[in-house]
Design a protein around this ligand. Sequence first.
Ligand code: MLT
Length: 404
Amino acid sequence: MFKVNEDYLKLPGSYLFSTIGKKVAAYSAVNPDKSIIRLGIGDVTQPLAPTIIDALHGAVDEMAHAETFHGYAPDLGYEFLRTAMAKNDYQDRGCDIKADEIFISDGAKGDSGNIQEIFAKDNKIAVCDPVYPVYVDTNVMAGRTGTYDPKTETWSDVIYMPCTKETNFAPELPKETPDIIYLCFPNNPTGSTITKEQLQEWVDYANKVGAVIIYDAAYEAYISEDDVPHTIYECEGARTCAIELRSFSKNAGFTGVRLGATVIPKDIKQGDVMLHSLWARRHGTKYNGAPYIVQKAGEAVYSEAGKVQLKEQVAYYMNNAKVIYEGLKSAGYNVSGGVNAPYIWLQTPDKMTSWEFFDYLLENANVVGTPGSGFGPSGEGYFRLTAFGSYENTVAAIERIKAL
Ligand code: MLT
């Protein structure tokens, strides 16, 4: 008789965004006449930039001819894309990352969930609280997190680093020493950032205690301030302790196209064993590469025209962020984020819990957001709105919230 992986049974409820989806669908079914504005999941709404569409069309046409047809992609991804990333995302910023340290994938969500596989089960993870749920849930599935306490909504073997108003939504170095540290800046969900000096402290700490930092840089394109690092490799010593996750979803609108990358410098080692080799082995065994067509679209992100068009797209979303931030502030809400990130983090009014505010907003303004508690216990009493809607919907949503 087969046995299921019991670690899956430890997971409380369903995935955050599935729960929200179900709640909204149930409300819609009973209220079919209501026009609902979705500012919940961080999914983009603007069409792909023209240069990217051209690259996709061109690659599709190549697939129609034997001479230019492409089958399986190389294990680590096509050289043309890895070289473009190494140059634009790293070398042009003075960071020492080579093309063969970049692994192309079909997105940062999968990589952020899968990366834990190359570490021993008894590694202790540290996460920010609140946090993107994938980091914790995938470690639960792997049996690394101990037991769940429904009262505190925490796992016994996870180190939580509260990111609250008191800490300016930044984590502090943990008292207990972790083996793996998940950091995401600009942050999902709080929209906060840390400076290069602050990130340097984390790199120094990781090198000192022998930990690995898994740095999720998915929102890098939204940075507007100078002292905010675009990659962890701007910090000295990051080559020996940091893995970086990159996404094409938010900077180029690839949520439905799927493309991402993981950077593993060859200097992260335990004895003679490079983490790079383990991930290469995993990639080779379990993955057949992002489609050629999509990797060609990814290459177009780094073309001159692509850069200009995507800058405009990011500016469009950041204008929405401003509409949300300023609108809520003028309505008396406590808000943060939205300056270097497409997320606005607000305190729920009248001591409502995050889920109470979710229901209140859905029912009274027909606006969907994300309850802060869904990202961890320190998110209770907070709520996240995304700037990824259309401008018109964003303005309408804020008008509705102000009218409450
Ligand atoms: C979010 O809403 O937090 C993001 O869309 C999640 C993701 O990028 O997978």
